[in-house]
Design a protein around this ligand. Structure first.
Ligand code: AMP
Length: 564
């Protein structure tokens, strides 16, 4: 493989339970890269077998039964917890360090095929991830030695994978994505213009503490209750780590079996007592009905929001994520939405849509940048500035640039022209507000409301509460409210900036606050003291992310074998 040719961007679906990596072949088609166990998806489980030996994937998952204290699973659910760590062999790991091992396995296995050199990656995360989790996901990639060109929302990735197929033109689509640990539901609108590939996210809702794991947990609870009732034992099986892992492992297996069979039997044994528990699909559906209902409440909400944005007709209902394989999902979605929307749900590349869409998004981004750079170069070599050329000439230069990028990158020309005409419009997945007093009470005044297309900005002029203050503490929050005001208790503090004031300002002096949110979800605050024309600018990043020093320390260090 030549260095520059075939240097691709890889899409990584870093899932709660399973992860996958994809790339775009020379014909513009997304392909999953199988791991060294020949599996298309890799369990997101990390086993610290011994100091210095870390195993990721199926073996790690199986090892949880025998070595539970050395195994970490569902780490993605810990990304929002600033205090969570995992300790083994006198070492302590943060969630991003554990995630880095998963990424390292995916990239390492791809590299081992000899056909790939994974460096530039797009990693996906739930739309509902806040700034801290996104930054930690990016850090995980860096710790694994990867160049993270974008952190992309999972539903956006799935939408890209769907939206770039020819049949999607002019359609409004709802993507219902139920994975192992998270749920996202998103309405996407795909433009009708044959000369463009326009994919617009209309609105998105979700819960990143709701996924297949919760369905597994219901089975576990059922097994424990049945074991206790049959054996008369009141022993707490779940307090024992090994038995608890065993039960969870079996529960997931049984859940999957119930996707194909009507009934299963499971032997549960503990401290010399045993029971044989039966579970029918109907009973399983009953045990989990409230979980399903939670997904529908969010689906209703997103459909309502879409209506208010002028998207009333939905043309396709796509089921994405491994958990949509449970027959209850398709059946109940049809029951609930079949008539009202006039469509039946369809499974859509259930396990792979996200990784494939991420690879497409990455490739498109890189191609658009390269074509732009080369077009500039061509114009400059002719002594001209591309923006000042007549449109016809600009078009010709763009065609030449596309040809060159195709040649240099080992792509077909249609792959390049298709990429160049693609545009993606995203929305803010959180509301952003600032602390202020309203009728003497502290509230968070939202300047950017979630579901607004990004990039966006929000401006409001406030008054100073007291006179002659030296400074104002500008405290910025994220929240899930769609109203102008949110209670501080339900908001997540993003950070604060101290605005030093020029003295002697009377009370009620005007202070203008502007929030700017870019497409990557990065927030900038600009404060303006209107009396003196003095400004403050601050960028907000969550605290709790690793410092550069910590990252350097935690970097996964790899070496090569040397023939001696
Ligand atoms: P994902 O995060 O999209 O990879 O989804 C993983 C989740 O899908 C896990 O909770 C799996 O247990 C679940 N899953 C995978 N296959 C099936 C199946 N056949 N039936 C039910 N759940 C499944």
């Amino acid at each position: 493989m030549s260095e520059s040719k075939n240097k691709r961007v890889y899409g990584i679906d870093l899932g709660t339970t399973y992860s996958a990596i994809a790339f775009i072949d020379e014909f513009g088609k997304s392909q999953i890269i199988t791991n060294s166990d020949n599996e298309r998806i890799t369990p997101s489980v990390v086993f610290f077998e011994s100091e210095g030996n870390v195993i990721v994937g199926r073996i790690a998952k199986e090892s949880a039964k025998t070595d539970p204290g050395r195994v970490v699973d569902f780490v993605k659910r810990q990304m929002s917890d600033k205090d969570w760590t995992f300790s083994v062999d006198d070492k302590t790991y943060k969630p991003e360090e554990i995630s880095a091992h998963i990424l390292r396995r995916l990239a390492g296995d791809a590299n081992k095929t000899g056909e790939h050199q994974v460096e530039d990656v797009v990693i996906t995360c739930p739309a509902y991830f806040g700034d801290l989790e996104r930054q930690r996901t990016r850090d995980a990639g860096e710790l694994a030695g990867l160049n993270v060109i974008e952190i992309l929302d999972e539903p956006v990735a799935a939408a890209i994978n769907y939206g770039l197929n020819g049949d999607a033109k002019g359609k409004n689509v709802i993507v219902y994505d139920l994975g192992g640990g998270t749920f996202d539901v998103t309405v996407v609108s795909i433009g009708n213009d044959p000369d463009k590939n326009e994919i617009s996210i209309v609105c998105t809702e979700g819960n990143h503490q709701l996924g297949g794991k919760d369905w597994d947990d219901r089975i576990v609870q059922h097994y424990v209750a049945e074991f206790q009732s049959q054996s008369g034992s009141i022993a707490d099986i779940l307090a024992d780590q090994e038995s608890s892992y065993d039960l969870r492992f079996n529960a997931e297996t049984d859940k999957k079996t119930l996707s194909n069979k009507d009934n299963i039997k499971r032997k549960v044994a503990y401290e010399g007592e045993k029971a044989v528990v039966e579970l029918s699909r109907d009973k399983f559906d009953e045990l989990t009905a409230d979980l399903l209902e939670q997904t529908f409440a969010l689906t209703d909400k997103v459909l309502e929001q879409a209506k208010t944005k002028g998207v009333a007709k939905i043309h396709a209902f796509l089921l994405v994520g491994g958990s949509t394989r449970m027959p209850q999902i398709k059946a109940k979605v049809t029951e609930r939405y079949g008539n009202s929307l006039g469509i039946t749900p369809t499974e859509f590349d259930v396990d792979e849509a996200v990784a494939k869409g991420a690879a497409k998004a990455g490739e498109i981004k890189v191609i658009i940048t390269k074509v732009g750079e080369i077009a500039d170069e061509i114009a400059r070599s002719r002594g001209k500035d591309i923006d000042k050329l007549p449109p016809k000439e600009q078009e010709k230069i763009a065609e030449e640039a596309a040809r060159r990028v195709a040649e240099d990158g080992g792509y077909t020309l249609p792959t390049i022209t298709n990429a160049v005409k693609t545009s993606l419009k995203k929305v803010a997945t959180k509301s952003y507000g600032i602390r202020a007093l309203k009728n003497g009470q502290s509230v968070v005044r939202n300047l950017i409301i979630k579901q607004t297309p990004v990039p966006t900005e929000g401006i409001q002029t406030f008054g100073t509460a007291g006179a002659n203050a030296d400074e104002i503490d500008l405290v910025v929050y994220m929240n899930n409210e769609s109203e102008a005001d949110a209670q501080e208790e339900i908001c997540e503090q993003l950070g604060n900036a101290i605005f030093n004031l020029d003295g002697n300002l009377p009370a009620k002096s005007p202070i203008e606050i502007k929030f700017q949110l870019d497409e990557q979800g990065s927030l900038t605050l600009v404060g303006l003291d209107k009396t003196h024309g003095k400004t403050i600018t601050a960028n907000f990043k969550s605290d709790g992310v690793m410092t550069d020093e910590e990252k350097k320390e935690a970097q996964i260090k790899q070496t090569e074998l040397v023939v001696e």
